[in-house]
Design a protein around this ligand. Structure first.
Ligand SMILES: Cc1cc2nc3c(=O)[nH]c(=O)nc-3n(C[C@H](O)[C@H](O)[C@H](O)COP(=O)(O)OP(=O)(O)OC[C@H]3O[C@@H](n4cnc5c(N)ncnc54)[C@H](O)[C@@H]3O)c2cc1C
Length: 430
């Protein structure tokens, strides 16, 4: 048996931790029997699969994913605003399969932590040495009386998982009369993509301003503030008259009674302390929790998220199971695609190290979240993270926010946003 080259694996781990592609591959004859099963082929799962194969091609990597087609949530707000086509956010698994990654299209119904196997709705039982779980989020529909998964699928989309609901929301906006009211209800913390609801409001506002200028957006928010608050407020003032009588956007925050508790589906009317609001187009984004399989597999805490070791992403509740992406408790990292991608690389390095009996280097992570407030006006927030005293921490002096308004800079930020999208999707699915 040839032992894995410790130096090479460490080099691979370090190179990928902050998202540098092209890590050197390592080989290990002893790793030929090592099996990793990945639950969920979204951003975290597909990234982990690719990087595990890059770090140690002898690991047998299987993704179990129930959708053959993946639509990225990022840039789905541009689809809703009519600024890009649905097909541009559509990805499949052919390129991963060509790299030797097994992809099983099935739904995982359980994970047997003691027996180290994953069970599927199709009746499969797939053994693993290590399992990586990245199922994204699920929704607390019960927090709004009258709302449910069926209602979201049929008439009042959340569109917080890109796909048919994205197209439904877009169509409802296109069909709405000029002079209509769009009501948007963002979720409470923590949730997938903190700036996402406000980017969506901006994208819809840009569409209405151009195509249906007599319409308005009412935002009913269970929070006092949100990500990139100052930048969004400034942008809404400049583009949509925010703060004036003619504002296209009305934002009602928690202390003004913005927490929605009830919806009448037939009339698209929502109720909160601030009153009842009848919508022509209603977008309710419910409070969130870890993906269902994380609950079924006993990986969640009493808050509904998955506690993990911050270095290896191994569950603190079940051995040999790692959780990355939105479902994991990785604060201060946000629940974002870029964070999921960065975490998956660190997790792949940890799993490859553990399977080969070598020590892992100190990890680090990166995240940037872009938002486009109006065509030609992009903003971003960025941060680098390190590992200290058993925890992920923010690196002081790294990252930051887009500065004060500068037309050239904002155009560049929009370009960066679109370029980031091309790069990350190539990294995850290419
Ligand atoms: C409108 C919007 C805009 C966003 N914009 C950005 C952005 O600009 N930048 C950014 O970084 N992030 C953005 N995000 C967030 C980003 O999309 C998520 O954080 C990211 O997708 C999380 O990755 P994940 O792997 O945790 O989950 P996902 O990517 O959702 O992947 C989960 C996968 O698991 C599968 N799955 C779940 N359960 C099972 C099961 N039981 N069996 C089999 N398969 C299963 C699902 O089908 C899915 O494919 C945005 C999100 C939204 C909603």
């Amino acid at each position: 048996m040839t032992n894995i080259s410790r130096r090479t694996l460490l080099k691979a781990s370090a190179a990928t931790a902050v998202g540098v592609a092209g890590a050197s591959a390592v080989t290990s004859a002893s790793a030929a029997s090592k099996k990793v099963v990945i639950v969920g082929g979204g951003i975290g799962g597909a990234t982990a699969a690719q990087y595990l194969k890059k770090m140690d091609p002898s690991i047998d990597v299987t993704i179990v994913e129930y959708n053959k087609d993946y639509y990225t949530c990022f840039m789905s707000n541009e689809v809703i605003g009519g600024h890009r086509e649905m097909e541009s956010i559509h990805f499949t698994y052919g390129k991963l399969q060509a790299k030797g990654i097994n992809v099983v299209y099935d739904k995982v119904t359980g994970i047997d932590a003691a027996g180290q196997k994953v069970m599927t709705a199709g009746g499969k039982s797939i053994a693993y040495d290590r399992c990586i779980v990245s199922p994204g989020v699920d929704f607390k529909y019960e927090m709004i009386e009258g709302y449910s998964a069926d209602v979201a699928d049929s008439s009042i989309p959340h569109a917080w998982k890109a796909g048919p609901q994205t197209e439904m929301l877009r169509k409802q906006l296109v069909d709405m009369k000029d002079g209509g009211t769009v009501v948007i209800c963002p979720p409470g913390n923590p949730f997938r993509c903190p700036p996402g609801p406000y980017e969506r409001i901006s994208q819809i506002a840009a569409y209405l301003k151009k195509n249906k200028p007599n319409s308005k957006i009412v935002v009913l928010d269970p929070k006092e503030k949100f990500s990139k608050f100052g930048l969004f407020m400034d942008g809404w003032k400049r583009h949509y008259g925010y703060g004036t009588d003619k504002s296209l956007i009305q934002w009602i925050k928690k202390s003004e009674g913005g927490t929605v508790t009830k919806v009448d589906v037939a009339t698209k009317t929502v109720t909160c302390e601030a009153g009842t609001f009848k919508a022509d187009v209603l977008n309710i984004i419910p409070f969130q929790k870890a993906g269902k399989i994380a609950f079924d597999a006993g990986l969640t805490n009493d808050k509904g998220w998955c506690p993990i070791d911050h270095k290896t992403f191994e569950s603190t509740l079940h051995k040999n199971i790692h959780i990355v992406g939105d479902s994991s408790v990785a604060s201060p990292m946000p629940k974002s695609g870029y964070a999921a991608n960065s975490q998956a690389k660190v997790c792949a390095a940890a799993v490859a190290s553990l399977l080969n009996g070598v020590e892992m280097v100190e990890p680090s992570w990166v995240n940037t979240c872009y938002s486009v407030i109006a065509p030609g006006d992009g903003i971003s927030v960025a941060m680098v993270y390190a590992y200290k005293d058993g925890k992920i921490i923010k690196v002081k002096g790294s990252g930051g926010l887009t500065g004060a308004y500068d037309a050239e800079l904002r155009k560049r930020e929009e370009l960066y946003a679109h370029s980031w999208f091309k790069n990350i999707t190539a990294d995850v699915f290419g």
